[in-house]
Design a protein. Structure first.
Ligand SMILES: Nc1ncnc2c1ncn2[C@@H]1O[C@H](COP(=O)(O)OP(=O)(O)OP(=O)(O)O)[C@@H](O)[C@H]1O
Length: 522
């Protein structure tokens, strides 16, 4: 329209001849801006939806991984991938994909518009345009590798930082602060180098594209200019190039390269986005998973709570020796037993297998007479409660720590539970009823009793699995924890892995293990 308007003026027309083309140009401009804005918004929303879906899949897969799987990614690495690095997917989906679509359609349309006017102009475009994707593909190949290395470095430094922050007291106690700081500085320097490599490639890709598009537009301007001056009279299908045609070609040439330039501006988004997608997929790929894995399944409690184990075999990895080798056990309803054995004899592993936290290689586990399998594990697990050696205490209020977001647990139930585990005197009104990260502000025994209180307020599990609940406690605290545990376990099955002779002595039966775990005496 602009070319038509200018052409009309050059042929002696007045300003009034410009009104309609100018109005159309203005209208199209406004329409384009509105469509661009709406398209950008829709693309952003779609990208965020897809990111959420990828994040949910990776989080669900992480939650399904067995706690016995030593190949599980480090917490810092997983947190960095899920939180920070996954965000690279948004610009990839929001900017790169639409830009790629535009770059594959718009130049073609421009080419088809220019070809009927001048074949020389079409040839210039046809020669310059393919150079751009060829160079971008070459650069993109390097960019992907650089982005993957940068992501791995970022994840690594996050994992290292989180791990060392958790172990700060140990590092300080052993005088390893300087060595840790040096390692961190080295990692940060390496991350800087990798980030600069990614940026270098991003700038290089933009420069290459700008160069070829500028070359294309300049060649077009030279051709059109000399044609209009009359120095060249080839290139059109018939006669000489008119001012309207020349202007039309000149105005379309930058528009031909514009989507390609846009593509180059977001080229590095592709490398970062694809690397982040691959990392999330990697995170979601599980090797060793728990049995079942759906919280929505209802409790299976058809018969009285009992545990039967026959010929149980388990190993950590196909090439490793069996940690549990043809182990048998029978626990009657209401029975309290101690699993007793040397460190490494497989007590924790047996508890984990009863809870279906890893698939066993051979043998059968029956809970309340029902075999523990993938399809029954969720329902059977709802009958069980677990107390570990060092239960995780979250930063926040005591009530929140005990209720853990479960419905139907009110302040009254929490107060009762605290009284039952003798924590009501610890969390008095004078003392702030909030605890720090990892149980900061609580002693080891108090944290264990807090874990017992969690069990008391929940759905009433009738099988309690306790992994060394009195380890590292003084005799008095161990006695208090044992009292609370036995009170809680009254009328229920209690299986305790322990080294504590006092605790074992208060249980109905002691099952001795030798490594690898077999029963040696009952
Ligand atoms: N994730 C794992 N990957 C590989 N081997 C493991 C893993 N977890 C435990 N093991 C090995 O399995 C064996 C049994 O470990 P388990 O934790 O069940 O022993 P335990 O009797 O509970 O020991 P402790 O009394 O010291 O807690 C040990 O030799 C241990 O090194």
């Amino acid at each position: 329209m602009l070319a038509v308007g200018v052409g009309a003026i050059s042929e002696g027309g007045g300003v009034s001849d410009l009104t309609i083309p100018a109005a159309i140009v203005l209208g199209l401009g406004i329409l384009r801006a509105a469509l661009d804005a709406a398209g950008g918004r829709l693309a952003f929303q779609a990208a965020r939806r897809e990111l959420t879906a990828h994040r949910s899949a990776a989080t669900a897969a992480l939650a399904l991984r067995s706690p016995l799987d030593s190949a599980r990614p480090a917490s810092g690495l997983a947190a960095s991938m899920l939180g920070e690095q996954a965000e690279a997917i948004v610009p990839y989906l929001q900017r790169f994909r639409p830009a790629r679509l535009k770059a594959s359609v718009v130049p073609l349309v421009m080419f088809v518009c220019i070809l009927p006017i001048s074949w020389v102009a079409a040839v210039i475009l046809a020669l310059c345009a393919p150079l751009i994707p060829i160079f971008m593909a070459l650069i993109g190949w390097r960019a992907k590798a650089a982005s993957e290395k940068q992501l791995a470095e970022t994840g690594g430094i996050n994992a290292f930082l989180l791990d060392r922050l958790r172990g700060l007291a140990t590092i300080r106690a052993l005088g390893a602060v300087d060595a840790t700081a040096l390692r961190l500085r080295g990692d940060a320097e390496s991350l800087r180098v990798r980030t600069m490599a990614v940026l270098r490639i991003a700038f290089l890709s933009s420069a290459v594209l700008e160069f070829f598009s500028a070359l294309g537009v300049a060649a077009m301007a030279v051709y059109v200019g000399f044609s209009l001056l009359g120095s060249i009279d080839i290139g059109t299908w018939d006669g000489r190039l008119t001012l309207t045609q020349g202007l039309f070609i000149l105005l379309l040439a930058p528009a031909f390269f514009e989507p390609l330039r846009e593509l180059s501006a977001v080229w590095h988004d592709r490398a970062a986005g694809e690397a982040a997608l691959a990392a999330l997929k990697d995170l979601a790929s599980s090797q060793q998973t728990i049995l079942g894995g759906s919280d929505a399944k209802p409790c299976i409690s058809t018969g009285p709570a009992s545990v039967e184990i026959q010929g149980l075999v388990f190993r950590h990895g196909a090439e490793r020796r069996a940690v549990i080798d043809h182990f048998d056990l029978s626990v009657a309803p209401g029975e309290h037993i101690a699993l007793w054995g040397a460190s490494g004899s497989g007590k924790t592993t047996i508890l984990s297998l009863i809870a279906g936290l890893a698939p066993h290689e051979a043998g059968v586990i029956r809970v309340g007479g029902i075999p523990l399998r993938d399809d029954t594990a969720d329902g059977l697990r709802r009958r069980m409660a677990w107390i570990g050696q060092s239960p995780h205490v979250f930063a926040g209020s005591v009530i929140g720590n005990i209720a853990l977001g479960r419905t139907g647990i009110d302040g009254h139930a929490v107060a009762n539970a605290l009284r039952n585990v003798a924590l009501d005197e610890v969390f008095t009104a004078e003392r702030v009823a909030a605890v720090g990260e990892g149980g900061l502000g609580l002693s080891g025994g108090e944290a264990l009793r807090l874990a017992l209180a969690r069990m008391m307020v929940g759905e009433h599990a009738d099988i309690i699995l306790a992994d060394e609940p009195t380890a590292h406690l003084d005799a008095q605290t161990a006695a208090a924890v044992t009292d609370a545990l036995l009170a809680l376990a009254k009328g229920r099955v209690l299986i305790v892995a322990t080294h504590d002779p006092v605790l074992a002595g208060r249980l109905g039966r002691v099952v001795r293990l030798e490594a690898p775990a077999r029963r040696v005496a009952a």
